[in-house]
Design a protein around this ligand. Structure first.
Ligand code: ADP
Length: 754
């Protein structure tokens, strides 16, 4: 191989030899010379010196024409195809030194260039087929992904070894990988963050992934996808770290609510003061110089200024407290501190200060003070209440009419009130400390010894149950029994443990005596009542016979001698007959009265309507004679003896018709209402009425308010009514006023429903 310098001149020869591009020179003699780069290529092709071997045939033909042009002094450029790489090249063909110089510039494969560039930038790249298998990777990819090119090729986009995750830690499923998405959608997917586990280093790496699909021309269908990814771990970690520390800082600032500031040595407050601005909302124009004082509560300004001036003058620490106006206008209690920062000569360079929010401390302090005050108040209240209670209990114990004993669990008296002592004839001192049972409760009323185990007080001490004893005796110091009733209540100590019992004893001597008297009284009454009834019965019964005789003879006398004696005798006869008649009715009524409830009477269900119908029948004569009207609305049924009840209702109705007012026709109305277990029957008339002072008396036997000449009757009707009602367990009373009519009310037991 010839050296170029020989032909191209010393300088040019050296230059051409060093040129990386292949160069060939055709001398005037027709001999070819090539430089080192060209020789290296020809060597590779094993083509000796024949430069034409570098190019395809059609390229050679074009080059020959260009050489001819160059020999004619013209420079041309020819695009050629280089055989070993199939890459295009550009050959510059130029006249040079009497010969022709051919300079080959090889254009490089853009993909190769791109890959090289990406390797240099440490960007990973993969090319994947439509089924997302990796066809090719660049040099940086294995390093970033931690798997070799061999391991990667043929794999799916996401290897399980990477355990891909999102930034928030959620798993990153394979089908959401950007390259798969790009293949599926035909769209570019940019900058997707993805964390992967890097197997060789066993660390987590953060990638930023962009996938660019290559589409089948004119469609949206991807035939390949190129995925580019950068390892952003450092940036990511840093970012996270920054975020975290920023958060930490922010929460620290928020938590402490502190304002940090600085001031000139002379005490001036220069902008910028970001902390101050943020807290107070003051602008630099407002707080600069001494304007900051405006943010301090007016009342606190003098002390603040005094403290600050003193600090600046004496160069000592600044410490003060004041209320500082927050941006929202509220005043916050603050503690302000500042220290002087000195230069190497000891002169003050600046003041650095800090404001600390004291509200939390204040609140806590106040809460503590409040709590203490509250506690104190409650203790006082409790003490007062206790004192009250003690005083009250003592009073109660002393004043109580009942005897009160306190017993310990063994039945020993621990206290006794004066009433107890009085009742049993001992002194309080004698009772306290003694066994209560042995001292006052040792025998029953009949003289039997009282065994401890049958003593109710002792039983309460054992089982803690309250007991009430209505009748018992306790023994007086002088040896006689005191009839008593008592209640035994168990007591407990503050831990809820049984601590004995309290016995409240009542002396029932008086009560017993009164009860005894009452019993006697009732017995006497019952006896005399019975005697009376017996007498009424016997009397009326026995009177009937002589009356019948008198009646018969009077009638005989009248029939035989009427009109034969003088007129006066006739009148006497008439009086006698009248008296006999009255006497008869009187005796009958008396007998009826005495008979009520005398015999065992069977009670039955009686519908009031039936009663009313029967009673109406009884007063029919009066009604037919135009003596008045009667109506009733009585839908209930009562439990009773029908004939007595008919008599009762008949009496009331006939009274209503009899005692009519002169100026109006009599009208009687009977109604009934249900009142619990009873039916209330009301008989109302529009008659002459009864003055209130007679309301009770009219029910007495023989009680009448009118002379017989005015209104007939013997004063037995209402007495019988009351007896019948009371026999049925009911009540009878009346409402009335003179000339207002009368209303009689009575109650009878309701009949059980059928
Ligand atoms: P009497 O046989 O006189 O009717 P009663 O015992 O039935 O006896 O009544 C007693 C008295 O009560 C009557 O004399 C009358 O003065 C008064 N009295 C009873 N019922 C009525 C009534 N409905 N209106 C006004 N007075 C009455």
């Amino acid at each position: 191989m010839n050296d170029l310098p020989a032909a191209a001149g010393a300088d040019a020869g050296a230059l051409l030899a060093a040129l990386p591009d292949p160069v060939a020179w055709l001398g005037p003699d027709g001999a070819w010379t090539v430089n080192a780069a060209a020789a290296a290529r020809l060597d590779r092709l094993d083509a000796g010196q024949d430069w034409q071997a570098l190019f395809s045939d059609d390229s050679v033909a074009r080059l020959r024409r260009a050489v001819q042009d160059a020999q004619a002094g013209q420079t041309t450029r020819v695009t050629v195809k280089i055989v070993d790489t199939a890459a295009p090249g550009l050959v510059t063909v130029a006249p040079s030194g009497g010969g022709v110089l051919l300079h080959l510039h090889v254009a490089r494969d853009p993909l190769e260039v791109a890959l090289e560039l990406m390797d240099g930038l440490h960007l990973g790249l993969t090319v994947q087929s439509p089924d997302s298998r990796i066809l090719m990777v660049n040099g940086a990819a294995p390093d970033i992904l931690g798997l070799s090119a061999g391991q990667l090729t043929g794999r799916d986009s996401l290897d399980p070894r990477w355990q891909a995750i999102h930034p928030d830690g959620r798993p990153f499923p394979g089908d959401t990988h950007p390259s798969r998405v790009a293949l599926r959608t035909g769209q570019v997917v940019r900058d997707v963050p993805m964390g992967i586990f890097h197997p060789p280093s066993e660390t987590w790496r953060w990638l930023q992934v962009t996938a660019i699909p290559r589409l089948v021309a004119g469609t949206n269908e991807a035939k390949q996808v190129t995925t580019v990814f950068a390892d952003v771990t450092d940036r990511y970690v840093l970012q996270r770290e920054m975020q975290r520390s920023e958060q930490r800082f922010r929460s620290l600032v928020e938590a402490t609510s502190q304002i940090v500031w600085d001031a000139h040595p002379d005490g001036h407050f220069p902008p910028p003061q970001p902390g101050w601005e943020a807290f107070t909302g003051q602008t630099p124009g407002e707080y600069g110089g001494a304007g900051w004082l405006d943010a301090v509560h007016p009342d606190d300004r003098p002390s603040t200024l005094r403290d600050w001036r003193r600090a600046v003058q004496t160069e000592q620490h600044y410490l003060t407290e004041h209320r500082l106006r927050r941006a929202d206008g509220t005043y916050v209690p603050m503690q302000a501190r500042a220290v002087a920062v000195r230069d190497e000569n000891g002169a003050i360079r600046e003041w650095v200060g800090i404001h600390t929010d004291m509200s939390a401390v204040r609140d806590a302090q106040q809460a503590l003070i409040d709590l203490n005050a509250d506690l104190e108040r409650r203790v006082q209240e409790r003490t007062l209440a206790l004192a009250d209670l003690t005083r009250f209990s003592t009073l109660l114990l002393t004043a109580a009419g009942e005897g009160i004993f306190g017993l310990n669990p063994d039945g020993v008296t621990t206290f006794a009130n004066p009433a107890a002592a009085r009742m049993l004839g001992y002194s309080v001192e004698r009772m306290i400390g003694a066994s209560q049972h042995d001292l006052v409760h040792h025998h029953h009323a009949d003289g039997r010894p009282y065994e401890l185990r049958e003593c109710p007080i002792h039983q309460t001490l054992q089982d803690g149950q309250t007991r009430r004893v209505e009748q018992d005796v306790m023994w007086h110091a002088q040896g006689h029994a005191v009839p008593v009733a008592y209640v035994v209540t168990p007591t407990h100590d503050e831990n809820g443990q049984p601590s004995g019992a309290v016995v409240m004893v009542q002396d029932i001597t008086e009560r017993e005596r009164a009860q005894e008297q009452l019993r006697e009284l009732i017995e006497n009454l019952e006896r005399s009542n019975q005697d009376l009834e017996q007498f009424a019965y016997v009397a009326s019964h026995d009177l009937q016979e002589p009356l019948r005789t008198i009646g018969s003879y009077t009638e005989l006398l009248a029939r035989r001698y009427q009109g034969q004696l003088d007129p006066r005798a006739d009148q006497y006869l008439h009086y006698m007959q009248d008296a006999v008649m009255r006497m008869r009715s009187l005796i009958q009524d008396l007998l009826g009265f005495a008979r009520v409830g005398r015999h065992d009477t069977l009670l039955e269900r009686v519908p009031l309507d039936d009663l009313l119908r029967a009673a109406a029948q009884n007063v029919r004569g009066t009604l037919d004679d135009g003596g008045g009207t009667l109506d009733w609305r009585t839908p209930h049924a009562v439990l009773g003896q029908p004939s007595l009840l008919i008599q009762l209702i008949t009496n009331l109705i006939s009274n209503g018709l009899k005692f009519r007012a002169q100026d109006r026709p009599a009208h009687v109305q009977v109604t009934s209402h249900l009142e619990g277990e009873f039916v209330r029957v009301t008989v109302q008339d529009n008659g002459i009425g009864i003055a209130p002072e007679y309301h009770a008396r009219v029910f007495d036997i023989f009680q009448r308010l009118h002379r017989r000449e005015q209104y007939a009757g013997n004063g037995m009707g209402l007495a019988i009514c009351r007896k019948i009602v009371e026999f049925h367990g009911g009540r009878i009373w009346l409402e009335s006023a003179p000339a207002q009519g009368s209303t009689f009310h009575l109650t009878l037991p309701v009949a059980p429903s059928q």
